[in-house]
Write a protein of this length. Structure first.
Length: 196
């Protein structure tokens, strides 16, 4: 089976031959893992992204959504690349790095929404901030409203949002970025301040 092409192995796997997938993974794992590792420079993260990449490959193949657009390995690396971007976006969110595109800003307006261990008064203020924010969202185009709600109110990852809205991760990131720029403009125009 090692002599067969990637296309043949993919076709065989789609038809129920589990061994074909093992051969395919074995054939490309070193190349794909190296690609991931040199992007993240962290063994643990590289392993996680590598496993996620092959999980996504398996799901895509099982659902019959893989189109023979060229080399399998390039497609696999594209999936890995998107997952690496996703990883850094999540890491940035947890580190409270600005979600905006403005370099000189130290915080995102959405940092104010997080509720850790707040007392009743703080919870009421947080709720007020969220209510104000929901009203401001009405000024955004529907596609930007949707991604902001999914990202900041439902806490979905960019990958999950992309899957839910049937768009690419890049499109999702773009929509969130433009939504945040627009929200800042709206807040300045209406002199709204989301502070505690």
């Amino acid at each position: 089976m090692n002599t067969h092409t990637d296309s043949w192995l993919i076709s065989a796997y789609k038809n129920g031959n589990e061994k074909a997938l093992a051969v395919l993974i074995d054939r490309h794992q070193k190349d794909i893992f190296s690609y991931i590792f040199y992007k993240v420079m962290d063994d643990t993260v590289a392993n996680d992204v590598f496993q996620d990449t092959f999980m996504k490959i398996i799901v895509t193949l099982k659902e019959g959504r893989y189109n023979e657009e060229g080399k399998f390995v390039l497609w696999a690396k594209r999936i890995a690349h998107n997952l690496i971007i996703d990883h850094y976006r999540l890491k940035a969110k947890h580190n409270k790095v600005s979600e905006t595109s403005f370099e000189n800003e130290e915080y995102s307006i959405f940092d104010l929404i997080s509720i850790d261990e707040e007392n009743i008064e703080e919870q009421l203020i947080s709720r007020q901030i969220q209510d104000d924010l929901r009203k401001i969202l009405d000024f955004l185009p529907p596609n930007q409203q949707e991604v902001v709600k999914l990202r900041f109110f439902d806490s979905l990852s960019f990958k999950e949002i992309a899957e839910q809205t049937d768009t690419s991760i890049n499109t999702t990131l773009g929509r969130v970025r433009y939504a945040l720029i627009n929200l800042r403009k709206i807040m300045e125009e209406h002199q709204i301040s989301l502070t505690r």
